[in-house]
Design a protein around this ligand. Structure first.
Ligand code: ADP
Ligand code: MG
Length: 348
């Protein structure tokens, strides 16, 4: 298997310029002119600027950026709702840009599901018919698709609402319908464009938890778009940060929080809850010679261990098989959290 086939999604040097003569604007962009300069000189809008990312199977990959940074433009390329001005796109090694129209239609029907910010539900259909819609398009019979839909309605906690109309549901419930519809497609890739952004904070946080729980069972590949850095840190295995259509930093959440390499990223990091973002295993002492009375799993975050320091100087860290892989102290946690705070006192 080639490296390309091992990736679920690969986006390679993709640039998208909106306007009547994108090539002329592309030349300026390649000469290093900024999005603003290109726009001022040619009237063309740079949607995406030379983006390369790859998503491995089973990953939750988050693309994060402010409004207008190019997130929707990027995710739409993956199912070719938008064609790039230049660049390449592969899904499980298949060249998406090389697909014929029938191939593309089949690809969209069977390989990738999408969840939208505004839910995208069909207003005059019941919940169950909305959830079963993707299967209907695929030509699956009524009974079979309703059975499949019921399973996902139950999974997302909407049992009893099967025959309700979408407008009778709250925003959070409507988003669950959107999620159930995507899950019922049984694709291994799901694209989510600001899927939780329209929800109230508490509902949103609950949906994030549920997505993570579902993902632990289903092990899908999820490309998740958000403008919220906290959300990105909470759910992403990896994060790419977009600014003016270009990736300004890419990496694991803790790498970005511990080491922002770009002024734009530093601004996000300054406001974030670092105790939630940093996993203990990234800052632990790998010494395993001393025994520890109490241990946490290596998936724990700093905020999870903080209360333990009231009673323990050192807390052990164990891997998924229960083997000790290190230990962590309050001092280590504080050092990591304090790293990016400017000193407010100058000492004696
Ligand atoms: N169809 C279009 N025509 C012209 N410009 C567009 C079009 N779609 C998006 N853009 C521009 O591309 C940039 C990225 O937009 P978008 O991908 O929607 O950002 P985001 O999803 O991050 O808010 C913005 O400057 C936007 O104005
Ligand atoms: Mg968008």
């Amino acid at each position: 298997m080639s490296q390309r086939e091992k990736y679920a999604i690969e986006i390679k040097n993709v640039t998208k310029i909106f306007g009547p003569d994108p090539q002329s604007a592309l030349d300026l962009l390649k000469k290093g002119k900024s999005k603003a300069k290109v726009q001022a000189e040619t009237g063309h809008v740079v949607g995406i600027n030379d983006v390369s990312i790859h998503v491995e199977p089973g990953q939750v990959y988050v693309v994060m950026g402010l409004s207008g940074s190019g997130k929707s433009t990027l995710i739409r390329h993956v199912i070719r709702l938008i064609d790039p001005t230049s660049g390449e796109i592969y899904v499980h090694g298949t060249d998406v840009l090389g697909m014929s129209l029938p191939e593309l239609r089949e690809f969209r029907r069977t390989r990738i599901a999408m969840v939208f910010q505004k839910f995208g539900l069909l207003p005059h259909r019941s919940v169950i018919d909305n959830v079963a819609y993707g299967l209907e398009v695929r030509g699956i019979g009524k009974q079979e698709r309703r059975m499949a839909a019921q399973r996902w309605i139950d999974t997302v906690g909407l049992s009893g609402y099967e025959e309700s109309q979408p407008h009778h549901l709250s925003g959070g419930q409507q988003q669950r319908v959107g999620l159930a519809r995507a899950l019922s497609m049984d694709t291994d890739i799901i694209l989510m464009d600001e899927a939780f952004s329209a929800l109230d904070p508490l509902i949103r946080s609950g949906m994030q938890d549920e997505l993570l729980k579902l993902q632990a069972e289903l092990n899908k590949t999820i490309l998740f778009i958000t403008h919220d850095f906290d959300e990105a840190l909470k759910i992403g295995n990896r994060i790419a940060i977009l600014n003016d259509g270009a990736v300004v930093q890419e990496g694991r959440p803790e790498d970005i929080v511990l080491n922002p390499t770009d002024p734009h990223v530093e601004q996000f990091v300054a406001d974030v809850n670092k105790a939630r973002a940093i996993h203990v295993h990234t800052i632990m002492d790998v010494d395993v010679s001393e025994s520890c009375e109490f241990s946490v799993p290596d998936t724990a975050r700093c905020e999870d261990v903080l209360p333990l320091f009231a009673d323990h100087e050192w807390v052990g860290v164990v891997d998924s098989e229960g083997n000790r892989v290190g230990r962590i102290s309050a001092r280590r946690v504080i050092k990591a959290l304090a790293r990016y705070h400017k000193a407010v006192t100058t000492g004696p």
